[in-house]
Design a protein around this ligand. Structure first.
Ligand code: S3P
Length: 194
């Protein structure tokens, strides 16, 4: 008799800054009774510095290496919800570890760039302790980055539109779909990306 299919172990949220990865991830983890891991928080804990301090002191290329190490470590944990950073998919090595493992389901939280920028600005205005986002500060490169990354985000297993939705509503949409058993099973059809 064939072994019963079990749902993949890790739910991984991707999308640009302001997509709501951390807020949605927290709600989703609570709803599904899973641990929540935020990759940026893991980096901050491991390095003892804020993301902005890392960018300021060693630059983006080094930050990406640190992020890669943090990702590999985070993926050692099963049954969790993981929020990536907005740029995590930029590194080919990150895409490889994320998409090669059928236990990972990657979900793209999608919204137009102007909505994302507005959300980030509102967040910073309303919560003074919101961490600085060095990539957001570089406005001249932002549209280019967004367009380049969009193609990478679109290789996720699921895409969920987050426009006009609160984080808890997005989490609810994902959880409902998950519980309906439409979670991709340990699939052969995981799209390859490089
Ligand atoms: C980044 C996004 C940030 C953080 C870092 C770089 C990016 O995460 O990882 O500032 O390159 O888009 P959020 O998407 O959670 O803001």
């Amino acid at each position: 008799m064939a072994a019963p299919m079990s749902p993949p172990q890790r739910i991984i949220l991707t999308g640009f800054m302001g997509a709501g990865k951390s807020a949605v991830g927290l709600h989703l983890a609570q709803t599904l009774g899973r641990p929540f891991v935020d990759l940026d928080d893991e980096i901050v804990r491991a390095e003892g510095k804020s993301v902005a301090e890392i960018f300021d002191s060693v630059g983006e290329t080094q930050f990406r290496e640190i992020e890669h190490r943090a990702l590999r470590k985070a993926l050692l944990q099963d049954r969790m919800v993981l929020a990536l950073g907005g740029g995590t998919l930029e590194l080919e090595g990150n895409r490889e570890v994320l998409f090669a493992d059928p236990e990972n389901v990657v979900i793209y939280l999608k919204a137009p760039l102007e909505v994302l920028i507005h959300r980030c600005e509102e967040q910073r205005r309303q919560q003074s302790d919101t961490p600085r986002r060095p990539v957001l500060e570089n406005r001249s490169e932002l549209t280019g980055r967004f367009l380049r990354r969009k193609l990478l985000y679109e290789s996720a297993h699921w895409t969920i539109s987050t426009e006009n939705c609160e984080a808890h509503e997005v989490a609810r949409k994902i959880a409902d779909r998950w519980k309906q058993g439409t979670a991709p099973s340990k699939h052969a059809e995981v799209k390859g990306r490089a």
